[in-house]
Design a protein around this ligand. Sequence first.
Ligand SMILES: Cc1cc2nc3c(=O)[nH]c(=O)nc-3n(C[C@H](O)[C@H](O)[C@H](O)COP(=O)(O)OP(=O)(O)OC[C@H]3O[C@@H](n4cnc5c(N)ncnc54)[C@H](O)[C@@H]3O)c2cc1C
Length: 319
Amino acid sequence: MTQQQNQEKSHNDMPHFDAVVIGGGPAGLQAALTAGRVHRSVLQLDSGDYRNATVTEMHNLIGRDGTAPADLRAAAREELSRYDTITSRTTSVESIARAAEVDGRPRFTVHLADGEEVSTSAVILATGIRDELPNVDGIAESWGGRIANCPFCHGHEFSGQRVGILGAMLATHQALMLGPIASELVVFTQGEDVHDSLRAERIELVDGAVERVAEYDGGLTISCAGGRDVEVSGLFVMPKMHQRAEFVADLERDMGLEISEGGFVRVDERGRTSVPGIYAAGDMAVGPNLPMPMFSVGNAIGGGLAAGATSVADAIMPR
Ligand SMILES: Cc1cc2nc3c(=O)[nH]c(=O)nc-3n(C[C@H](O)[C@H](O)[C@H](O)COP(=O)(O)OP(=O)(O)OC[C@H]3O[C@@H](n4cnc5c(N)ncnc54)[C@H](O)[C@@H]3O)c2cc1C
C-alpha cells in the first residue's frame, strides 16, 4: 500500500497519519522506521536542532564507534526514504491539540510552523533536550570536542592525559569515573566545597573562578581569577538541561503530561507517556523510577524502537 493510499482524510480533511514522529535524532528516526516497516503511515518531522550537533566523533555505539553523528542521521534518513509509508519533512512543530476520539481511540492535531495541520492517532515525541552550558567564555567553542560531559562518550580519548573537571557539584562522581583513564585530574572548584575524598594524591584542586577557556593545538588553557593559567587536554562540565521543544510545557499544562522532577517526560518501559496516544523516547524521556535518562545514542535508538512498536501495538489492541 502506498503512503497516499494509506493516508485517509480526517477532521476537516486534513491529512491523517497513523503516527507523527517529532524528532530527527536517533530516537525519532528509529521510531519512524519501526512504525513505517509495519506499513503504518508515518510523518517524521525534524527542525534540524540536534543535541550533538557540534560532535564530529561519537563513541560508545557498537558498529559506529568513532564516527560522525551526522553520518548516522544521513544513513538513517536514506533508509527511511526507501519506505513509501514514511514521509520525512524538515519543519518545526508549534503545538499539539487533542481532537475528538474516533472509535474510542485518541486523535490529535499537530500544528506545523508553516501553518499546516495534520491529524494523527499517535504522537511520538523525540524532541531531545537543549544544553545550557556554564557561562564561561570559550566553552561553547570546544563543546563536543575537548569539552564534554560524559566519560562514556568522550573519556577514553583522554587516556593517559591531564583532564579537568569544572565545578564541585559532580566532581566526585566524575573524578571516580575518569580516575582509571586520566594520568592527572584537576578539579576547578569554582570556590565551592568538595568532598574530602577528592583531596587525594592525584587530584589537584584549583579554587580561583574559571574566567576563560581557550583551545590550542593539543589542549585547553583554563584561565582563572588571579591570573593563573592551567593547561589540560580536556575538560568535563555539567550543563543544565532543558526540554528542546517548547510545546512540551503546553502538553503538561493542557493534557496533564507527566514530567519528572528533573524535567523529563515520564514514560513506562514501552515508551508510553501518561497521556494515551502520546509516546516519548530519547534524551527527553525518562523511564520508571529513574532520576534521569541514560543520555546516549544507543539508548535513544532503543527508546525510539520501543515507542514506535508500542504505538502500533496499542492501536491494534481490541477496545
Ligand atoms: C557534546 C555531546 C556529545 C555527545 N556524545 C555522545 C557520544 O559520543 N555517544 C553517545 O552515545 N551519545 C553522545 N551524546 C548524547 C547524544 O547526543 C544524545 O543522547 C542523543 O542525540 C539523543 O537523541 P535524541 O533523538 O533523543 O535527541 P536529538 O538527537 O537531540 O534529536 C532531537 C530532534 O528533535 C527535533 N526537534 C526538537 N524540537 C522540535 C520541534 N518543535 N519540531 C520538530 N522537531 C523538533 C530536533 O530538530 C532533532 O531532530 C552526546 C551529547 C552531547 C551534548
